[in-house]
Design a protein around this ligand. Structure first.
Ligand code: NDP
Ligand code: OXD
Length: 313
């Protein structure tokens, strides 16, 4: 059995060593070494268009991340870019849930406990009491309550915050008021103090966080985006921050990454920027998960995490 790898930074050695240990029955080769040769499985992150087009040899393509937009967007330029009827399989948590919980909880607590305002007071040498926020008034909405979002929602609810969740189909998450679909969107958004975005990027969700959506939140709300940059209409977010509708935003993902040096987000102190690190792909966990799934497929058993190409996630 052959497994073909593609990682954009070209640092293959630790991946090849990891697969040799976790899946010794397979030979692991790089795409660069094995172009044109038939293999059984591909393991990729943001592959070039020529890697997957017309492939009839593959039994599955494993994506080294939870979001598959980097693969599916290959179809935008070339409708034949993906091999017909080959399943594309995303990472299912693989250690990312715990990291997402840490990142989002940190940002929420920083806003709830007014830490940015205390930091500004410290810079000014000011000792001043600031009235605490009331937990019961600090309703948080998690947009996307799938593998990662449900863990975030549960963690925030465990602090005693009122938490709402929003998904495409009806879901239930313990301790979370769940809403679904377009018809449930208004009740989900109305009056939120914090909006957390963990949606996949699809044609339905692109540009979803625009001026109209931000206006539905409470005045002085906060935005935390850990999903994808194109979910947010950047100009609308900047305007909402400048008008005070949004008191602050924590953004991990951007339309263009790295965020260009002349992007106005850099100059807006109420926007916190991190370089797409909310939840990293953990090599060991990811290899272990993919190795288990390859064994299941080899044995003819079903696997979780197969992407629905119509839905886009
Ligand atoms: P899942 O597929 O498990 O969950 C997606 C959730 O979004 C589901 O609840 C789904 O609804 C909901 N959803 C999808 N489309 C819509 C829609 N049109 N309207 C309402 N709800 C919708 O994904 P994960 O939780 O594993 O990952 C989410 C995203 O997080 C990834 O796609 C990726 O972009 C991002 N990510 C970012 C990282 C970072 O470091 N910044 C790291 C890892 C992931 P339903 O439950 O009904 O299917
Ligand atoms: C992912 C990511 O989708 O790291 O896994 O963004």
């Amino acid at each position: 059995m052959k497994v073909q790898l593609y990682v954009p930074d070209g640092r293959y050695d630790p991946w090849i060593e990891g697969f040799a240990e976790a899946l010794p029955e397979a030979e692991c080769v790089t795409w660069e070494q094995s172009q044109g040769q038939p293999v059984d499985y591909a393991v990729v992150w943001r592959p070039p268009v020529e890697m997957l087009r017309g492939r009839t040899d593959l039994k599955a393509v494993f994506n080294l991340g939870a979001g598959v937009d980097g693969i599916l967007q290959l179809r935008d330029a070339d409708p034949e870019a993906l091999p017909a009827s080959v399943p594309i399989v995303r990472l299912d948590d693989a250690g990312m849930g715990a990291q997402m919980v840490e990142y989002v909880t940190h940002a929420v607590l920083r806003y709830f406990r007014r830490m940015d305002e205390f930091a500004a007071q410290q810079r000014a040498g000011t000792w001043k009491f600031l009235k605490p926020n009331r937990r019961a008034d600090f309703t948080i909405g998690v947009m996307g309550i799938g593998t990662l979002g449900a863990q975030i929602a549960r963690a925030l609810a465990s602090f005693g915050f009122p938490v709402r969740g929003w998904s495409r189909s009806a879901r239930s998450v313990e301790g979370v008021e769940c809403h679904a679909g377009e018809q449930g969107q208004a009740a989900f958004l109305d009056g939120l103090r914090v909006l957390v975005n963990v949606l996949p990027l699809t044609p339905e969700t692109e540009n979803i966080i625009d001026g109209g959506l931000l206006a539905r939140l409470a005045k002085g709300a906060y935005l935390i985006n850990v999903a994808r940059g194109p979910h947010v209409v950047d100009e609308d977010l900047l305007a909402a921050v400048q008008q005070g509708q949004i008191a602050g935003a924590t953004l991990d993902v951007f339309r263009k990454e790295p965020l260009p040096a002349d992007h106005p987000f850099w100059q807006e102190p109420r926007i916190t920027i991190t370089p797409h690190i909310a939840a990293l792909t953990l090599r060991e966990d990811s290899i272990a998960q993919i190795a288990d799934k390859i064994r299941a497929l080899q044995a003819g058993r079903p696997i979780a995490g197969v992407v629905d190409l119509q839905r886009g996630y």
